[in-house]
Design a protein around this ligand. Structure first.
Ligand code: TXA
Ligand code: MG
Length: 340
């Protein structure tokens, strides 16, 4: 076992909290993906997060807090809609972007006037925040642009060599498996929610509380306007092996035809989605959920992409999932992983 990897017992959490207070980094389990945490009120500690991830530029980080009251203390405006969404969906996979107070260093928000806030539900994340006594800024604990980690071993493989990383706390596999849904609440814009990143909280659930607008910036728009939310960068979550997303079975068939002679892996929801006619000994099939359950599929997504990437295949193909519930967030990640 790697010396930085720790089973998350009381002793390990106390040690991790001391490391956070000392301005060092701790990787920890959340219900979505593993986070690379630092004291959000310490700009130097936050700078170490960017360095460890090798983010090419300073992208804003999500600040994790233990309770709604702590979130409120970090913003200058807390509209009724924020209160409603917080009461319904926190703790959980929802991140809300709101005008930041001066307590939050500019580095955390990359100079943006707003801060992204989330109350994670995983007990380990909750215990670490409480023991540290500060809000914890944490991006996903992967190298920039790579697949998000859903197991402690993923973090160890990618980041353990970073000297500023004090510990990796192992709280097991992540339940949701895709990152939180990021929502910007318009100031005075009534009950409009701008979804900046699709994620673990389906937009069907959000739309029970107001109007939902999914912000989709094309690559050109993103370049022209500056990145509204870097999670919207087109290429992201990328395996090293070239991956292509097929919208439907016909498109997949065409892709398979041009992959002759290569060892190919096909990612799909399950056998039924792929269909008898496309089943073949010639390629390796990777099912996200045998029973076709989108929640299970999301939890398996990144671990399956890692397995495909490690399988020594020449080409990876993926078949789009149904565009509903968590299927939307999964398709979003697959599309970004397929950008070149
Ligand atoms: O589930 C998650 O959200 C995980 C776990 C660790 O909590 N964290 C995560 O962080 O995915 P990261 O850094 O990989 O993604 C943060 C997303 C990015 O898309 C970023 O652009 C957006 O949140 N974001 C952060 N602060 C923002 C802000 N002030 N305005 C707009 N977008 C912001
Ligand atoms: Mg990330």
């Amino acid at each position: 076992m790697h010396p930085k990897l720790h089973v998350a017992d009381d002793n390990a959490i106390d040690e991790a909290a001391r490391a956070i207070r000392a301005g060092r980094l701790v990787a920890f389990t959340t219900e979505t993906v593993y986070g690379l945490g630092a004291d959000a009120t310490n700009a130097q500690a936050v700078a170490r997060v960017f360095a460890a991830k090798r983010r090419p530029k300073m992208d804003p980080l999500i600040v994790h807090v233990g309770r709604i009251a702590e979130a409120r203390s970090l913003v200058t405006d807390w509209p009724p809609l924020a209160e409603r969404l917080a009461k319904v969906f926190w703790p959980g996979p929802l991140t809300m972007v709101l005008p930041k107070s001066d307590i939050v260093p500019d580095l955390v928000t990359s100079g943006l006037p707003s801060v992204a806030l989330r109350v994670p539900s995983h007990p380990l994340a909750q215990r670490l925040i409480r023991a540290s006594g500060c809000p914890i800024a944490a991006p996903s604990a992967n190298r920039f642009g790579r697949i998000s980690p859903t197991r402690a071993s993923h973090v160890v493989a990618e980041l353990a060599d970073q000297p500023d990383l004090a510990m990796v706390l192992d709280g097991g596999a992540c339940e949701h498996g895709v990152e939180s849904t990021v929502v910007r609440l318009g100031a005075g814009a009534g009950d409009v929610m701008h979804v900046l990143r699709l994620g673990g909280l389906p937009i069907e659930a959000l739309s029970e509380h107001g109007q939902v607008q999914v912000v989709r910036a094309s690559h050109d728009e993103t370049k022209a306007k500056g990145v509204a939310s870097p999670g919207m960068l087109e290429r992201h979550y990328a395996p090293a092996t070239q991956m292509t997303l097929a919208e439907d079975r016909e498109a997949l068939e065409r892709e398979l035809a041009v992959c002759q002679g290569q060892r190919v892996g096909v990612l799909c929801l399950n056998r039924d989605a792929l269909g008898e006619s496309l089943m073949s000994e010639k390629w390796e099939m990777f099912e996200l959920s045998r029973s076709g359950d989108l929640i299970e599929a999301a939890a398996n997504l990144f671990v399956t992409m890692r397995a495909m990437d490690a399988a020594g295949l020449g080409r990876l193909l993926a078949l789009s999932l149904p565009e509903r519930g968590l299927g939307r967030a999964i398709n979003d990640r697959l599309a970004r992983a397929s950008q070149r």
